[in-house]
Design a protein. Structure first.
Length: 114
């Protein structure tokens, strides 16, 4: 196998392992209730969609990552513990960073083709 292929496989394995750890951390924060963890993640996802829409209307709403995380935590369902909010924020931060990296890569690919 080539070194590039091995590096790629190692990176993919590392990403999968990290995402699994995040998932388990969220389940643990929800007292090992996988349904509650999924529900909390779904609520966080809805919150992100709403924050995205609001930030399009008012670009000053979210000026940096701290603003985003503060708004995310304050818009989670009542009864969400600090530990749950912290884990959700970590999960969201990971997936947003991954999406941004992918978007940058697609943007770079388009630049190279032109």
């Amino acid at each position: 196998m080539s070194d590039d292929l091995i590096d790629n496989l190692e990176e993919q394995f590392s990403t999968v392992a990290y995402e699994y750890c995040l998932r388990m951390e969220l389940v643990e924060a929800c007292d090992w209730d996988e349904d509650a963890a999924l529900k909390l993640f779904e609520e966080a996802y809805k919150t992100i969609e709403n924050l995205w829409e609001y930030s399009q209307l008012d670009p000053k709403l979210i000026l940096n990552n701290d603003d985003f995380m503060t708004l995310l935590k304050s818009n989670l369902p009542s009864g969400t513990t600090d530990q749950q909010a912290e884990v959700v924020a970590k999960v969201v931060d990971h997936y947003l960073a991954e999406a941004c990296d992918e978007a940058r890569g697609e943007h770079d690919d388009k630049k190279e083709r032109n």
